[in-house]
Design a binder for this molecule. Structure first.
Ligand code: AMP
Length: 420
């Protein structure tokens, strides 16, 4: 497989699919440019080799052409970070894009307008009437899939090489993230640095695992994490369950959880996961105490109670000190650590202590040589909040893509390039 390090972009036109889906405020100022910065090494490598770059991205979830989601808002930041002027095509398809791509010279950058202004990017019909018949729905779907193929073909025609650096959309089989790759031979499609780093980090954790391997699964619901937990139960030595899903396990085991968040229809599932952990010799580590609150608020009254004796009208909003110590001991003895999801309602400072303690234990383990991967929405917000992101071995930029990768699923954006 071709790799970005070895590829010489001199004289090449690269179509680079990035994930510049950055948050904007009401005046269209970028409030967090992490995703742009993450793709800069790839873009700079192409330019410094003597290649030119055509940038394709989505921004937000437009239902059609909508100035609110124009990539024009982020051009100045891209230009500033790259240190070069960037051209803009106000349509990713159509004549302007074709012409601007055609005249692009070495060292130049062209940004295409939001790919999702076209339904064909996602290959899903838009604006179907609510009362559309099944036949109409099927016909619309078929038509949009055909449009998707055409769109991929046109985007591919702009370039001589395809680079995918959009890990955040790697789990989507979209025109620009996967289908486009069919138009390039194996030597002319490759991952960008970000994508490669993400893949390497996950594969180091799941395939090239230094043991003991500990996964910390937090967050609010078991239901959203079942597939990951099931896959991890075949891989980890220790599985720490934290966050809101704790109470589904506690209740399933017969404990009193007061008003704590709980999925009553997942009690049997919790018991089966406990059994599966036993069958696979996985040390399942559950909380022993909770920081309970008398309301869902930062200013609530609190008490530390055994996790299975939460009084009526109280709810567990974080782990207690005994659990912090228990989790830290397991984490610090680990050589591979995966952290997904907070141990409590970390958005409230008074219930961020458990997540902070877990973060600190991961920092200590990493300093002792463990490989730590943090990923999936809120855990990244957590490490940023505690100022420890740079002390983790790797902080993923992927939300859904990372979770599906850990679940063991094949990601279309990855498969399109390396074949699996
Ligand atoms: P997820 O997106 O599934 O990773 O869930 C993250 C969310 O879970 C965060 O917004 C937390 O506030 C929330 N959470 C964590 N622990 C609890 C808890 N004990 N009760 C309610 N929500 C929680």
């Amino acid at each position: 497989m071709q790799t970005i390090d070895k590829f010489n972009f001199a004289g090449q036109k690269a179509f680079v699919r990035v994930d510049f889906n950055v948050p904007l405020d009401e005046k269209f100022n970028i409030t967090d440019d992490t995703r742009i910065r993450a793709a800069i090494p790839t873009l700079k490598k192409i330019l410094s080799d003597g290649g030119s770059v055509i940038i394709g991205s989505h921004l937000g979830r437009p239902k059609g052409v909508d100035g609110k989601y124009s990539l024009q808002h982020i051009l100045p930041r891209i230009s500033e970070l790259l240190g070069v002027k960037v051209e803009f095509a106000n349509d990713c398809l159509g004549e302007t894009a074709v012409e601007k791509a055609a005249v692009l010279k070495a060292g130049e950058v062209l940004v295409l307008e939001n790919l999702r202004f076209y339904a064909a990017e996602e290959g899903k019909p838009r604006g179907l009437a609510d009362d559309a018949s099944d036949e109409e729905k099927a016909a619309a779907k078929k038509a949009e899939k055909a449009n998707q193929k055409e769109m991929a073909k046109q985007l591919a025609s702009y370039a001589t090489v395809y680079v995918n650096d959009a890990f955040g959309t790697a789990h989507r089989a979209h025109a620009s993230t996967a289908i486009i790759a069919d138009h390039f031979d194996a030597g002319n499609k490759l991952f960008g640095y970000l994508m490669q780093n993400e893949i390497d980090a996950v594969e180091k954790v799941l395939k090239d695992t230094a043991r003991p391997f500990t996964a910390i699964m937090g967050g609010s619901k078991v239901s959203s994490k079942i597939d990951i937990i099931e896959n991890l139960l075949t891989k980890v030595d220790n599985l720490i369950i934290a966050g809101g899903m704790t109470y589904t396990f506690t209740k399933a085991l017969g404990g009193k959880i007061g008003n704590s968040i709980c999925e009553d229809d997942k009690l049997d599932l919790a018991l089966s996961l406990i059994q599966k952990a036993k069958d696979n010799n996985v040390n399942l580590v559950l909380a022993v105490d909770a920081k309970a609150a008398d309301s869902f608020s930062n200013d609530a009254n609190t008490q530390i109670v055994p996790v299975d004796e939460i009084p009526d009208e109280w709810e567990g909003l974080d782990i207690g000190p005994k659990t912090e110590k228990l989790f830290a001991e397991v984490i610090e003895a680990s050589k591979t650590i995966l952290w997904n999801g907070p141990t409590g309602v970390f958005e409230f400072d008074n219930f961020a202590g458990g997540s902070s303690a877990v973060g600190a234990a991961i920092v200590r383990a990493t300093e002792k040589g463990a490989f730590s991967l943090v990923g999936g929405g809120d855990s990244v917000a957590c490490v940023n909040k505690f100022g420890i992101a740079d002390k983790m071995s790797y902080v993923s930029t992927g939300g859904g893509a990372l979770l599906e990768f850990i679940e063991g699923k094949e990601l279309p954006g990855i498969k399109a390039i390396r074949g699996y």
